[in-house]
Design a protein around this ligand. Sequence first.
Ligand SMILES: Nc1ncnc2c1ncn2[C@@H]1O[C@H](COP(=O)(O)OP(=O)(O)OP(=O)(O)O)[C@@H](O)[C@H]1O
Ligand SMILES: [Mg+2]
Length: 336
Amino acid sequence: MATILEATDVSVTYQQPGGAAVHAVRDVSLSLEQGEFVGLVGESGCGKSTLGFALTRLLQPPARLTGGRIVFDGVDLASLDGEALREQRRNGIALVLQSGMNALSPVRSVEGHLRDILKAHARDGEDVSRGAVHRRGIELLEKVRLPADVLGRYPHELSGGMRQRVSIALALSLDPKLIVFDEPTTALDVIVQKAVMQTIRELQQENGFTGILISHDLGVVLEATNRVLVMYAGRIAEDQPSSELLRGAHHPYTEALLGCYADPRADDVDLGEIPGSPPDLAQPPSGCAFAPRCSLAEDVCVRVDPDLMPLGAGRAACHVRAGSAGRSDREEPSLV
Ligand SMILES: Nc1ncnc2c1ncn2[C@@H]1O[C@H](COP(=O)(O)OP(=O)(O)OP(=O)(O)O)[C@@H](O)[C@H]1O
Ligand SMILES: [Mg+2]
């Protein structure tokens, strides 16, 4: 499979005027294969959205990409700016946010929204006449399982689930190679949530785009995706195929997220039960950020921030589980 996105040492800082810099994403490296559907999970505030926005170069001040390379479809997005960046992005990347309602203007019909997007991004000679936009609209609504008459409706005439389906249809309108879904179903009730998630999964399989699904709900992510990235305190703690995580986690943090005995596919998995709280990212710890909450932590965990190491079918950043804790100080950075 071809690599569609390769991120290396990506770091993001929020710098509020007069406040301390918050290191929300810290040296994250990851790669996505074409057609993969990857979940990004972790507790609130661990940097999931910030990473999603960074990878698509959609960060807004006070967030700033402070380092790293983001090679998407052969081009380093981190090195682009202005029109060159917009062009590269619109050619291949879309973002679906939590609340479809906020993303839609109340005074534009669904067809009006689609027309705006298609016209703004039309290539030379492309047909963006009323008829062509209308036909494309019907096609897109069909993809997201909505009837054609939704094209003429305004956002307030649609239910939350329908609005979210419209957001997904609009995201698909330019045939993106990569779609980042940031909590796409969190604002919906459970039944609608399941139906919209089902549509996202089917669309991903039918259309073959690469997807990143950001969610608090590890159960939903494990069911929908091929691979899961677990984030903690701005770092990737674990990267495993979903099938491997269904058998059990390798990182103690993932284990805590999964709950000791809970079925991750059950509806009542509670991610709020991990004792303690994530560190203050204005002063990130020098060792493993999870060590103060980890019952397995050893000396080395407090001193050395672990890199992702091969574990199971994937990788995990854990000295203890990777077996490096009991070894000599060979793996520690030199102090001279
Ligand atoms: N505008 C901002 N100014 C300062 N710090 C911010 C800002 N936005 C986010 N942060 C900080 O960056 C860190 C990561 O936030 P982010 O929103 O990426 O987390 P998240 O994992 O998406 O959380 P959630 O699950 O609640 O959406 C948090 O510590 C947060 O407090
Ligand atoms: Mg978020």
